[in-house]
Every structure is written in C-alpha cells, then in structure tokens.
Design a protein around this ligand. Structure first.
Ligand SMILES: Cc1cc2nc3c(=O)[nH]c(=O)nc-3n(C[C@H](O)[C@H](O)[C@H](O)COP(=O)(O)OP(=O)(O)OC[C@H]3O[C@@H](n4cnc5c(N)ncnc54)[C@H](O)[C@@H]3O)c2cc1C
Length: 446
C-alpha cells in the first residue's frame, strides 16, 4: 500500500516543482482491479495553475473523497488536497461501522477486518448487559480511505498529496486556497473536509462546533476479547465511556472524554492486566455537536469539520459520507443554475440538519444526563437495562447509525422513567426527547 511510489506525492508541494495530474499517475488501478485497499497515489501540486478547478476539496478522508467522487461524477472539475504524503495514514480511528456504509456507498466487504457480534456495556460496579442486535464491522480504516480516494480519482478528480492548506480566501466570484508552502490555487468553490483537528473551517467563515471531546487510543494484542466492551463510570470518563474493540488486527482500547482522556484511559488499562501494546497512544479530538453554520461564501464544510458525528458514540464515518452526498447534490443542483452563491449552497446546511439534527441533539441530551448522575445510579440503570422490557426496546429500535428512535423507546419505558424522573435534569432530558418527537417534521434544534 504505497501510493507515494506511483504519484510522487508531496515532493513538489514542498519543493515547488510543477507536476502532472493524478490521472497520469494511475493511482486508481487497484480499485478498478477489485483490490481496493492498495493505492491512492497523489500528484505534485503545480506552482502555476494548469487548470482552474470548479472545486478544491481539502482533506482525503471519507468526507472529502466521497464529496470529490460525487462532484466529479456530476461533471465538475475537482481536485483533492491532502496534507499527508499517503492517503489514510496515520490511522487514528477504530473503524467500526454498521451495514449502512456497505448498503449506501458500495464500500466493498473486502475492507472488513472483523465482524463484532457482541457489544457489552459494563457498569462501574461491574454489572453488565449485552446490547442485542448491536453487531458491527471493523473496517481497515487506512484501506477505506485509500479505496474512497481511488474511487474519486476514477471518477475524474485529481488528488494532490503532501499539500497542507493554510488558508482559504473569498475573492467574490471564486476562492483562493493557499498551501503551507505558499503556493496558491483558485477555484469556484472550496469544500473543507479537513477533519476535527484543523482550525481551517473557523478561519474560513464556517461557525465551527463549540465543543470537542478528547480521545486517546492504542492498539494491543488480542488476549481473547470477542466483540466490544463499553466501560461506563466516572473512573473512566464522566458522562462518556472507554472501550475495547476486537478489530481483527488486535484490540483497540480507548477513552472519549469531555476533559483530559488520559487519566481515565490509564485507569482503564490497569483493569486489563497482561495487555501487550502494539502501537503508541494517539491523542485526537471529536466534535461533540454540530457546527453552527457549515456554509460560508463559496466554502462548505463536511464531516468532522462540520461536527457531523454521532454524539452518542463519537462515530462519524457514515455521517461524513452521508453529508458529503447531500453536499454534492446541492452543489450540482446549484451549478445547473450556473451559480455557486451562498444562497444556493445554503440548501446543504438545511438538508443535513433536517436529516441528522435530532440524532445529534438526542445524543447531547443523553450525555448531559449521564454527566450529572453518580456511579451508583449508572449501576442501577445498567441493571435495569439488562431486564426484558428494556432489552425488547433495544431489539426493536437498535440501529447502528441512528439512535434517536431507541432513545424515544427507552424514554417511554416506565422502568427507566422511574429512575430519570427523580432528578430535575432527568425530567428535562426525558421531556426534551419526547417533545422533539412531536415536533419532528419541523425540528431543527442546532
Ligand atoms: C479515537 C477515535 C476513534 C474513532 N472511532 C470511530 C469508529 O469506530 N467509527 C466511526 O464511524 N468513527 C470513528 N471515529 C470518528 C471518525 O474517525 C471520523 O468521524 C471520520 O474520520 C470523519 O471523516 P472526515 O473525512 O470528516 O475527517 P478525517 O477522516 O479526519 O479526514 C480529514 C483529512 O483531512 C486532512 N487534512 C486536515 N487538515 C488539512 C489541511 N490543512 N490541508 C490538507 N489536508 C488536511 C487529514 O490529513 C485527513 O486525511 C473515531 C475517531 C477517533 C478520534
């Protein structure tokens, strides 16, 4: 898996030598041959613009590559700019996805490194229950990114690796994208798909998410874990969780926390003696809540850059791809009126909030509740969750990527209501979740 060999990525961006297009670099061959994980070659970034692309996409993650592919398939001239020399590296993600990614985006099952049948939720006191029907797939995350970038290139997009974008300037009828190297490029639109770590969106007119959670994760040798375990409790992360997931190439152990994640992570590792480390710890952040505005004049943000993640789990691969599709549909429609103005691309902001607003807000309400309950109460809730009526709701309403129906089902259960109604916050959360159902057709909480 060495795209750098094919397309000489990165060098010219740093050195300033004009390069060829990715079409000349044959980066997509492996995808065509059905070996999707093998190569996503980049190209050198020309110092003088050889073309004036319609769209510059910043970031070759799931959001950027999906948007680039769909825009290129729609007939636009698209170029992806990726800061790393190789697409998909380094890997920070656990890579768990549900069935939707395969169903909606033709991701090949060859990228699955393991199937996780069992998801066990472990209370601080040691009680536990298994989420029925909660199976998921662990993807080889690097191979996924390479596959998606190859698909974009096959659709006609160009891919430039080793290009870190520093700024995006609005010039009225176009945008000017400036790389760290000082080289600049103009386009009619810029799509920011640069993930959660970049502050580029905030500096480009996007009103970024207000809250980010911190994460720490490493890979360990598997010592017999099957599926995944979710660890609750203030010792690990108040209102959030730690996890261990058997991913096919070992066990990924991590913590997602509002504040510092490392302390809870170290305490979690102490509960797993004998784990043999394979990789160093990686520290990242995850947006917790949607951005306030995902569109500025000639700039659109998508994926983690727009806060389009599940606020229950922090997962964002599927939402990133889903929102990339909504973005492409809006841009292609607005292009038919040969106008990429804010008024037209604004439809994208409204579209993804209609689809995901309640999901994102529901997870925030749930977290708000759990942040304020003590470990004893979490123990009691986990015990209730193991009871047949609650398990029935899980069976009926579980969906890997959409959790709001499950939350509503749980909020209606007398067994759980009894616990939540004891506190003002609990009553508020229940009330908000249930009221939002009635408002659903017009609901736009974000
Ligand atoms: C520890 C952890 C575990 C996770 N586990 C899961 C999981 O199991 N399932 C799940 O669905 N989600 C998971 N996620 C979330 C998931 O990784 C993200 O939601 C998803 O990657 C978002 O895709 P994206 O394309 O928006 O951003 P990214 O995948 O982050 O891609 C952004 C790309 O932009 C590039 N870039 C950034 N800045 C620049 C710049 N200035 N110039 C050029 N290029 C730039 C980056 O190099 C990167 O390639 C996890 C996240 C973390 C941190």
């Amino acid at each position: 898996m060495s795209p750098a060999r094919d397309g000489h990525p990165g060098e010219s961006a740093r050195d300033g030598h004009p390069g060829e297009s990715a079409r000349d670099g044959h980066p997509g061959e492996s995808a065509r041959d059905g070996h999707p994980g093998e190569s996503a070659g980049g190209m050198r970034w020309p110092t003088r613009a050889l073309t004036f692309p319609d769209v510059l996409v910043v970031g070759a993650g799931p959001a950027g590559s999906t948007a680039a592919r769909l825009l290129a398939e729609g007939g636009l001239d698209v170029e992806i700019l990726e800061e790393h020399a190789e697409v998909g590296t380094p890997v920070h993600c656990t890579g768990l996805v549900g069935e939707e990614v395969f169903r909606d985006f033709d991701v090949p099952r060859a990228l699955v490194s393991s199937r996780l049948e069992r998801f066990r939720v472990v209370a601080p006191g040691g009680g536990a229950f298994d989420l029925p029907r909660a199976g998921a797939y662990a993807l080889d995350r690097r191979a996924l990114d390479v596959f998606l970038a190859n698909q974009a290139v096959l659709a006609g997009a160009r891919l430039s690796t080793g290009v870190k974008v520093r700024s995006v300037e609005n010039l009225g009828d176009r945008v000017r994208v400036v790389a760290q190297s000082g080289h600049a490029r103009e386009a009619r639109l810029c799509v920011l798909a640069c993930g959660a770590m970049s502050n580029l969106p905030a500096r480009s007119g996007i009103i970024a998410p207000r809250t980010y959670f911190r994460t720490v994760q490493a890979n360990f040798e598997n010592n017999g874990l099957e599926g995944a375990e979710i660890y609750l409790g203030r010792d690990v992360a108040a209102g959030s969780f730690g996890y261990a997931a058997a991913t096919g190439c070992g066990v990924k152990v991590g913590v997602i926390a509002r504040g510092v994640a490392r302390h809870g992570y170290e305490r979690l590792l102490r509960r797993m003696p004998g784990l043999r480390r394979v990789t160093a710890d990686t520290y990242r952040r995850i947006p917790m809540g949607a951005c306030r505005k995902s569109v500025a004049e000639r700039v659109l943000a998508v994926g983690d850059a727009a806060g389009q993640t599940k606020t229950t789990t922090g997962g964002g691969i599927y939402y990133a791809m889903l929102c990339a599709r909504m973005l492409a549909e809006t841009v292609l429609q607005s292009r038919r009126g040969s106008d990429f103005s804010l008024r037209l691309v604004d439809g994208y902001d409204a579209a993804w909030r209609r689809r995901l607003g309640l999901e994102i807000q529901g997870g925030l309400w749930l977290r708000g509740f759990f942040e304020h309950v003590g470990d004893d109460e979490v123990d009691r809730l986990v015990a209730v969750a193991a009871s047949p009526p609650v398990q029935d709701v899980f069976l009926r309403e579980w969906d890997f990527d959409f959790h709001h129906r499950l939350l509503v089902g749980l909020a209606r259960l007398p067994e759980l209501r009894r616990h939540c109604l004891g506190t003002l916050r609990g009553r508020r959360v229940l009330g908000a979740i249930l009221a939002a159902v009635d408002l659903r057709p017009t609901f736009s909480p974000l």
